[in-house]
Design a protein around this ligand. Structure first.
Ligand SMILES: Cc1cc2nc3c(=O)[nH]c(=O)nc-3n(C[C@H](O)[C@H](O)[C@H](O)COP(=O)(O)OP(=O)(O)OC[C@H]3O[C@@H](n4cnc5c(N)ncnc54)[C@H](O)[C@@H]3O)c2cc1C
Length: 279
């Protein structure tokens, strides 16, 4: 299918993008286009105007600031997959990237677009939640920062307003005690996950502390398994699996029962990665 007709503007600054968003037309920002263009082609959405943000300077930087890795919204998946900065300071994100689609998609798709789109089966939102990251946005009321825990609101719904532009995400830089684990199950490599899990913890003596487990593909948005986090911090993997209280819906990929079973399998795999990597 072909998309419905739309107008196209290439914004040269954040101010121009925001002013175009506020001009009254049904407008959408265009970043990598790997989700947006597909929805247009399938006529799942038909905005009147696409505002291309790829020409806006300063949205693609990666910088270490005050112990945090600041990642510009236009950073491509492929950069996160291959750059030394991610391997060193955000290994969880680097590890998750190869699971996103295929190379052609990762060459164009952006981390900002993935977070803004908030697909419930996407890897990046869960990584951001597991890492206790945050999102920078600018809108009509100026700049603001939103914690990941407050950013995802529901199915494809976030704290971004219709005139907001996501400018960057920020995650704590990994230190010597940081442990991360990632696993997902998809029917074919590159498909959206049936169930996935991003995990992060701090090595604490012989055990783990500050365990954060963010599942995806199990509901409307990424969800933390807090009871399992506590059990894993106490060193009991079996209890962590038993404590899983996810409530996934049936979907086209799998029934709720299958998803719950798979979540337990993934939890064991991620727990092994977190524990294996201890100093
Ligand atoms: C075949 C295929 C397989 C895929 N598989 C996966 C997968 O397994 N896992 C996965 O996570 N993704 C997958 N994707 C999606 C891909 O990761 C997208 O790149 C990503 O979801 C969106 O990023 P984008 O830059 O392409 O955003 P776009 O498609 O350009 O935009 C997506 C939405 O976000 C909004 N948006 C984009 N940037 C901003 C911003 N800076 N501020 C505010 N709003 C913004 C847009 O207006 C739009 O509504 C797949 C895509 C395809 C085509």
């Amino acid at each position: 299918m072909k998309p419905a007709p739309f107008a196209y503007k290439k914004a040269r600054s954040l101010e121009e993008a925001m002013s175009l968003l506020g001009a009254g037309k049904d407008a959408r920002l265009l970043a990598g286009g790997q989700s947006l263009i597909a929805t247009l082609n399938m006529r799942l959405s038909a905005p009147a105007l696409l505002i291309d943000i790829n020409g806006i300077g300063g949205l693609d930087g990666i910088a270490l600031k005050d112990g945090r890795l600041e990642i510009g919204a236009l950073t491509r998946h492929v950069q996160a997959e291959r750059s030394e900065a991610f391997a060193k300071h955000a290994p969880l994100i680097a590890c998750a990237m190869p699971h996103i689609g295929h190379p052609a998609i990762r060459n164009r798709g952006t981390l900002g677009g993935s977070i803004a789109f908030a697909d419930p089966a996407a890897e990046m939102p869960a990584c951001l939640l597991a890492l206790d990251g945050e999102v920078d946005a600018v809108g009509p009321k100026g700049k603001r920062t939103v914690k990941a825990a407050d950013f995802f609101k529901g199915l494809f719904e976030t704290a971004l307003g219709p005139q907001d532009v996501l400018t960057a995400i920020r995650v704590p830089a990994a230190g010597p005690q940081t442990r991360t684990g990632f696993a997902e199950l998809a029917r074919r490599h590159g498909d959206y996950a049936m169930v996935g899990l991003a995990g992060c913890a701090r090595a604490d003596g012989k055990g783990l502390a500050d365990v954060r487990l963010a599942f995806f593909g199990v509901g409307a948005m990424p969800v933390r398994a807090k009871k399992s986090e506590a059990a894993l911090a106490a060193g009991d993997v079996d209890a962590a699996v038993k404590a899983l209280d996810l409530d996934p819906p049936d979907d086209v990929q799998a029934t709720a029962k299958v998803k719950k079973h798979l979540a337990g399998v993934l939890l064991r795999r991620v727990a092994a990665q977190l524990l294996e990597a201890r100093a």
